[in-house]
Design a protein around this ligand. Structure first.
Ligand code: HPA
Ligand code: ZN
Length: 343
């Protein structure tokens, strides 16, 4: 199911934003993909951008992932990764995203012969340049691919240690079927011991969604859950999530593409249950819509008032891993915006 784009109203457009669930490889827009292919001398099996978009025909997580990984073939050099992150940083700045924690999937690159160093240097250099130029702050979160062996994740974790100052946390993504959080118990324990913050995907409507959420909360002890909407099905689990202040980073337009809808009623229910829920864009080149479009799409169906939209941003910065000074600056700007708008 897809969603007709809702117009971004003035309040959403001006709202200072914080994004916590964004895969940098999922921001590879068709135009950039063609440009990188041309620069790298890579032949794409599509005549043009609209033919490429027409091939984005997926209805579930594995279907999406096949297209997503195929798309990465054009990312090879440090400059390619730089251009990818620079494009997102410009888009984020234009949408008043002040702070973003940005997932990257190193194994999807190292598995095809691209060096870890190439990936991290390209992304980091772009984020540093963007911060100097516009003030937009992007920090990296390294995701492990859960459909690979835990040993590969552990080796990647070790490989990341010299780059620790550039990476704020680790996550877990890719195909969830048959790949529960506890498969990575030792990897996450080591990551925590190394000082990384922890988050994990519990995608929507998976085979064992509530059991996977339970594992994240009770056994891994992650700081956040990416998606995690199915927690609503288990009131005791939901109560623990609320008590511990664990955040859920939900992605409405993504949900509409890989499940039976945006899950607007569920997101409303999470807000009403006082869970620290945030709205994010996931893979905006594939699930069309950056964070402003996600808020706009959700606003009507989830009956979000201006005050709710402010609260979503407050939740996001509160559950973020931003430095205290960044957090305070954001909260002050948000409060001033809300006050100016009379909310
Ligand atoms: N879920 C799992 N894997 C992913 C996602 C997602 O939302 N986006 C990119 N890889
Ligand atoms: Zn995701």
């Amino acid at each position: 199911m897809t969603t007709a784009p809702a117009p971004v109203d003035a309040f959403i457009a001006g709202l200072p934003k914080c994004e916590l669930h964004l895969h940098i490889e999922g921001t590879l827009e068709p135009a950039l993909k063609f440009a990188l292919a041309q620069r790298g001398g890579i032949a794409l099996p599509y005549a043009d951008e609209s033919a490429l978009r027409a091939a984005y025909d997926f209805h579930d997580l594995p279907g999406f992932l096949a297209v997503y990984y195929e798309g990465m073939s054009v990312l090879r050099t440090e400059q390619d990764f730089y251009d990818l992150a620079a494009a997102y940083a410009a888009k984020a700045h234009a949408q008043k995203v002040r702070y973003a924690e940005i997932f990257f999937d190193p194994q999807a690159h190292t598995a095809r012969g691209v060096a870890f160093d190439t990936v991290v240097r390209g992304l980091t250099r772009a984020l540093d340049d963007a911060e100097r130029a516009t003030g937009f702050r992007g920090r990296l979160v390294m995701c492990f691919l859960r459909d690979f062996q835990a040993e590969f994740a552990m080796a990647t974790l070790v490989q990341s240690l010299p780059y620790k100052e550039w990476i704020v946390g680790v996550g877990l993504d890719s195909d969830e079927a048959g790949n529960p959080p506890v498969k990575f118990r030792e990897v996450f324990a080591r990551a925590r011991a190394e000082g990384y913050r922890l988050t994990m995907h519990c995608d929507v409507d998976q085979e064992n969604s509530t059991e996977h959420i339970r594992q994240v909360v009770e056994e891994i002890g992650a700081d956040r859950i990416d998606h995690g909407v199915n927690a609503l099905e288990d009131p005791a689990l939901l109560a623990r999530i609320r008590e511990r202040g664990l955040g859920l980073t939900v992605c409405p337009i993504s949900n509409a593409h890989v499940t039976d809808g945006m899950k607007a009623a569920e997101i409303r229910a999470l807000l009403d249950a006082d869970v620290k829920v945030t709205v994010n864009s996931d893979d905006p080149a594939y699930f069309p819509g950056y964070v402003a479009e996600n808020l706009a799409a959700l606003r009507g169906p989830a009956q979000l008032s201006d005050a709710d939209l402010v609260r979503l941003q407050r939740n996001a910065i509160e559950i973020s891993w931003a430095a205290p000074a960044v957090r305070e600056e954001f909260l002050a700007e948000l409060a001033a915006y809300a006050e100016n708008a009379g909310r």
